[in-house]
Design a protein around this ligand. Structure first.
Ligand code: HEM
Length: 169
């Protein structure tokens, strides 16, 4: 049993590394790269290809986090009826988990807006006419949504660490 518990923790932490690491790569490396003058002719296509590829990897990671997260809770003795009882959401573990899951829900909504609407619209406009006001606005929106998602992801990570080790106060 313990082996399975460790395997699901491994998958949970690995998925978190892939998702947060991917967002960090976008913000720190990919966006500055495609802003370089010499790549302007192909920037829209590069962001589109990498964006669509990471969309697949990112959502696979997010759903794996939900599935392994639920399994982690099962290993900790929580069963479905517990989710609907106030008792589960009290104490440092319950309250931290509640904050973590609210942040995860917001991340799912923001990621869906970014990955299935703002992002594809930004790259399509970028390829069509990189200097159009619409292209600039959607690119700016896509970048800021991406950065917000990264900040929320780091907040979830801090919640996860406190979930195991308790609050600092
Ligand atoms: C963006 C989404 C998520 C990220 C980045 C994330 C990240 C993490 C990390 C890094 C840990 C290990 C913490 C440590 O050992 O110090 C962890 C633990 C945990 N996570 Fe998540 N998580 C996410 C979503 C979820 C969800 C959706 C659930 C529940 C449905 C969940 C439930 C748990 C539980 C119960 C643990 C403790 C595991 C244990 O040691 O028994 N997580 N999470």
């Amino acid at each position: 049993m313990r082996l399975w518990y460790l395997i699901f923790i491994f998958l949970h932490v690995l998925s978190a590394m892939i998702w947060i690491g991917g967002l960090m790569f976008f913000v720190t490396t990919m966006v500055p790269f495609v802003r370089k003058k010499e790549f302007q002719g192909v920037a829209g296509s590069i962001v589109e290809w990498i964006g669509l590829r990471f969309r697949y990897v990112g959502w696979l990671s997010l759903w794996t986090l939900v599935l392994t997260g639920l399994i982690n809770l099962h290993f900790r003795g929580y069963r479905w009826p517990d989710y609907f009882s106030a008792g589960m959401w009290t104490g440092y573990f319950g309250e931290t988990l509640a904050v973590k899951l609210i942040l995860v829900a917001i991340i799912f909504i923001i990621s869906a807006v970014h990955d299935f609407y703002v992002g594809p619209k930004a790259t399509a406009l970028w390829k069509e006419n990189p200097d159009s006001p619409a292209s600039r606005n959607y690119r700016k929106a896509a970048s800021w949504i991406g950065r917000l998602n990264l900040v929320l992801g780091l907040c979830v990570l801090m919640c996860a660490i406190m979930l195991i080790r308790g609050w600092p106060w």
